[in-house]
Design a protein around this ligand. Sequence first.
Ligand SMILES: [Zn+2]
Length: 75
Amino acid sequence: MALYKNSQVVKHSDHAAFDAIHNPGIAAPDAGIYRCINCSHEIGIAKGHTLPPQHQNHPDGVAIKWQMVAFAQHK
Ligand SMILES: [Zn+2]
């Protein structure tokens, strides 16, 4: 689970981008933290970078699917 210390710099959002489930191997639609929904592994990724088709300690025979848990906002 993603952690934070300073609640002044994070904000709740119901943005639809948090609901989308992404296949590995596609470009991340937004920068942020993504979580593998089948094993809870988290990654940080830049917008447009490829969501990893594999990652450490993912159980064999289970699909990797990515869901965004934190949206990095650029100014
Ligand atoms: Zn996984």
